[in-house]
Design a protein around this ligand. Structure first.
Ligand code: SF4
Length: 342
């Protein structure tokens, strides 16, 4: 019996961000700390164009092995004052024309996009929009003061695709008011929308955020690491099976981030642990579908590229695999593209 790993192949140019902390944000979402995530808490009020020009120059000035994708992150790009947005689009267009960057993306909120605006941005050189959807369920959105509904989030995703832009969807399992069932629903809706890629950021309590106060007062309890390890692997498999790449699991390890995490499901090898669990689930499901009883495999061939994640972080899944009758005695690494029970 043979099967392939469903993760879609594909690579993207390297992404280099210019952070615009809280720029364009009407209010502050309870979990958001741009300081912890980007190292800056705001853009300077005075001489903003000079500051942005300097940030871009620093980014472009460093030698890069290949053209890269420029990203305007950290705020609500589509709600920036028009003069600032124009300035940033113009600079990006010049860099694209000069061959310094190959593409441009921004992050924004679902309630800050309209079809005419998206079309205009596409005409002016934007290629990709990352929507900080966080959830498609009304209750967690309200509890996190996002101030839009799940329907608005789904509509915004469709708008981005209909404008001919690439779509990235960010979800936040474990945000205030979210149950594991909510997240399953979020994953199913996202999979149906079929964005070009996903990012999954389990909700953490970061210092200096309104969420930190809620956590201190006992009004918010983050998901446990176990809940994340239980809930995300099936979602990963679902996305991969629909041809959707998951390009981020957990917050990017910016300098100073770890010291700012007060509570929540954080682990330095979270991505690897989730991928290993998804792989285990994939194998188990294939065994069940093929009617292969536990302990019946004489040999199991695993594509070599999964060698690093098969037994899990620090071998934590060895005992779990052993329950299926799989382990060093009968698992072998192969140069085939598919998994094979012999
Ligand atoms: S999560 Fe996004 S929209 Fe909310 S405050 Fe942070 S940058 Fe602004």
């Amino acid at each position: 019996m043979r099967f392939k790993h469903p993760e879609p192949a594909g690579s993207s140019p390297p992404i280099y961000p210019v952070f615009l902390p809280f720029a364009g944000c009407r209010e502050r979402c309870v979990f958001c700390s741009q300081e912890a995530q980007t190292g800056r808490s705001s853009l300077p009020d005075a001489d903003l164009p000079a500051f942005l020009q300097k940030s871009l120059a620093a980014l472009i000035g460093r030698s890069r092995p290949q053209p890269f994708e420029l990203a305007y992150y950290g705020g609500t790009f589509t709600a920036l004052p028009p003069a600032v947005r124009d300035f940033l689009l113009q600079r990006a267009a010049e860099l694209k024309a000069a061959g310094k960057i190959c593409s441009l993306r921004c992050s924004t909120r679902p309630d800050a996009v309209t079809p005419p605006l998206l079309l205009e941005l596409k005409e002016r050189g934007l290629d990709t929009v990352e929507l900080g959807v966080q959830s498609f369920c009304d209750q967690p959105l309200a509890r996190s003061r996002r101030n839009y509904s799940g329907d608005t989030a789904a509509r915004a995703c469709r708008m981005v695709k209909e404008a001919g832009l690439r779509l990235g969807v960010q979800l936040m399992p474990g945000m205030p008011g979210m149950s594991e069932e909510n997240f399953k629903r979020d994953a199913a809706i996202a999979a149906d929308i079929k964005p070009d890629f996903m990012r999954l950021y389990p909700c953490l309590v970061l210092g200096g955020t309104p969420l930190a106060e809620l956590w201190r007062s006992g009004a918010f309890t983050p998901w446990s690491l176990e809940a994340v390890l239980r809930t995300l692997p099936p979602a990963l498999l679902l996305f991969w099976e629909r041809g959707i790449r998951v390009i981020r699991l957990g917050l990017a390890p910016q300098a100073g981030l770890r010291e700012n995490i007060l509570a929540g499901p954080e682990h330095p090898a979270l991505g690897q642990r989730l991928r290993s669990l998804a792989l285990y689930r994939l194998v188990r499901l294939n065994m069940e579908q093929a009617g292969l009883p536990e302990g019946s495999a004489r040999r199991f061939r695993v594509p070599r590229r999964f060698q690093g994640e098969f037994y899990g972080h620090g071998g934590e899944l060895k005992a779990t695999w052993a329950e299926l009758g799989l382990g060093p005695a009968n698992v072998e690494w192969s140069d085939q593209e598919y998994f094979e029970f012999v």
